[in-house]
Design a protein around this ligand. Structure first.
Ligand code: ADP
Ligand code: ZN
Length: 526
């Protein structure tokens, strides 16, 4: 406790931190599942500086990213904790680290990439020495989901970490992650061979955040300003936009037309300007940061009272992270999301272009575009509690009665009814199946389904298909939801063609494995 105040300058522990610290100090293996920003680092940084019982010595922290390691190492050094970074490819660094580990002035923490922790030659013998002399305090596996082939962040070198338990059976292991998928959790535990570990798993629910989702009609600037002036005058907030240009324009209008203290931020700003803008925002001179998602990593301002999405985020995970920057002090904060169908197309185009005009691999493309459809489905689902929807993405069952009416869907009146759209779903799938060879896009299939008389439909002769107009008596909102639901969950997949310009238009295709027994959508009866 004294160290918490004295060294880390914190007042009290957050959920599960003390439990994790005590368990590892008692020599137990620990698995910690905490949302990003929950405070995972303290769970091993504080024990690392405690000399207690059998666990004195050096704490090894395995982390996948150089940037993460550098940030943490610098922060720890600034607190006066002797910490070593072991990441570089140069042999010099390795021999220096090994020399330090042999010396009498051993560091408290060694941050290492999994590749560096290969147990051979000199490394192996130094670790064995530490082990024999009781100076191996624990192994910490940060971002532990990288070990699981279930996840997207799978990293080959992480799989080698099973040797830690085999070579050093008495050294406690702590694994930490923010990935809650039950399959990955079990996979991590069995791959690290820590089956008997203390499991500290907490809900990803952010109780103090109020989620509001609105369909965007035309320009939303006026409505955004009204929201800010009514509820958040003089509060700090973030507005996320998709494009750099939009950030610049929105910030400029907020400043010049509405007199708000807004600045813009995106990846293309010179470093000095980025620092300056961030500093202004951090210190409260600028209140509203209008930014692309380039703004966020490492942003740690406790009193952000609102996060607005000017348009649809790229994935539900991204949405959770971005909105998660609001209300870190635990006080109420608002998360307002504006969206339009065209956002999904714009996002798909951005994804198709890839980073630095390097088109993504087919798997990445498919995965990311399905992620966009999941967001679309979330936006359109105007009935079910937003928390239930978001947390389901993290494999968590959230009872909407615990929402406290802190989301648009729970606070709005009107009964929720379920609409069995299985019949329509089957027809839609059959339609896509039949028209697959004509390469139909989502917009085209919806035209045929609702029986549009457009020239495009006629030109392809789709108006003569027996299922032409099959969905004409269906409510338009439900029809949109149907496609998104089928893509996000089952029945339809997307097909892309790679040509010299990169990935081309996205076509719908029927996924072979899916028979789709039934599909029920929730709607609100007004
Ligand atoms: P994670 O690794 O889970 O994403 P971090 O360890 O980076 O989270 O912590 C996120 C932020 O929360 C940091 O700024 C950290 O200083 C702060 N924090 C962690 N523990 C506490 C605590 N007990 N009290 C207050 N702030 C804390
Ligand atoms: Zn709710």
């Amino acid at each position: 406790m004294a160290k918490l105040r004295g060294v880390f300058n914190l007042q009290s522990f957050r959920q599960n931190q003390l439990e994790a610290i005590n368990a590892t100090l008692a020599g137990k293996d620990v698995f910690v599942l905490m949302p990003t920003g929950g405070g995972k680092s303290l769970c091993y940084q504080l024990p690392a500086i405690c000399e207690k019982g059998a666990t004195r010595g050096v704490t090894f922290v395995v982390s996948p990213l150089l940037a993460l390691i550098s940030d943490q190492v610098n922060a720890l050094k600034a607190k006066g904790i002797s910490t070593v970074q072991w990441t570089s490819d140069s042999g010099d660094q390795t021999s220096e680290v090994l020399r330090l580990l042999r010396s009498s002035r051993k560091p408290k923490l060694v941050y290492v990439t999994p590749e560096k922790l290969q147990l051979n030659g000199a490394t192996k013998s130094v670790l064995a020495e530490l082990y024999r002399s009781g100076n191996l305090a624990r192994f910490v596996i940060d971002e532990a989901h990288c070990i699981s082939t279930w996840g997207r962040d799978f990293r080959e070198a992480y799989t080698g970490l099973h040797v830690l338990r085999e070579e050093y059976p008495n050294v406690p292991i702590m694994a930490l992650t923010a990935t809650a998928n039950q399959g990955s959790v079990n996979d991590i535990i069995s791959r690290l061979k820590i089956e008997g570990c203390v499991k500290l798993v907490q809900s990803f629910n952010r109780k103090n955040l109020n989620y509001i989702v609105e369909r965007r009609k035309g320009s939303i600037l006026a409505s955004m300003v009204e929201f800010i002036q009514e509820k958040h005058a003089n509060h700090t907030g973030i507005i996320y936009c998709l494009a750099r240009k939009t950030c610049e324009d929105v910030a400029k209008t907020l400043r010049e037309t509405y007199g708000l203290k807004a600045r813009h931020y995106h990846a293309q700003l010179p470093t000095s300007e980025k620092e300056e803008v961030q500093q202004q925002w951090q210190s409260g001179k600028c209140l509203i940061m209008v930014a692309t998602i380039a703004f966020g990593m490492g942003v740690d301002k406790a009193d952000v009272r609102f996060v607005i999405h000017h348009s649809m985020p790229k994935s539900l995970e991204g949405y959770y992270q971005e909105t998660g920057r609001a209300g870190r002090d635990g006080l109420p904060a608002d998360c307002l999301l504006y969206w339009a169908w065209s956002d999904a197309n714009q996002l798909a185009n951005m994804i198709k272009r890839g980073n630095d005009n390097q088109p993504p691999s087919p798997e990445t493309l498919e995965h990311q575009i399905e992620g966009v459809y999941m967001v679309a489905r979330f936006c359109m689902n105007g009935a079910q509690c937003r928390r239930t929807q978001i947390l389901r993405y993290f494999d968590e069952d959230f009872d909407p009665r615990n929402c406290g009416k802190l989301c648009d869907n729970c606070s709005e009146g009107g009964a929720i009814i379920t609409e069995d759209v299985s019949k329509y779903a089957k027809e839609m799938i059959r339609l896509v199946d039949d028209l697959e060879n004509d390469n139909v896009t989502q917009a085209q299939i919806l035209e045929v389904f609702r029986g549009s008389r457009s020239a495009g439909v006629k030109a392809k002769g789709h108006d003569r298909h027996p299922l032409y107009g099959a969905g004409q008596d269906m409510n338009a909102m439900l029809r949109d939801q149907l496609v998104a639901a089928l893509v996000a969950e089952s029945g339809l997949t997307l097909k892309y063609v790679l040509n010299s310009q990169g990935w081309s238009t996205i076509y719908l295709r029927v996924s072979v494995s899916d028979t789709l027994p039934s599909l029920v959508l929730l709607i609100r009866q007004m």
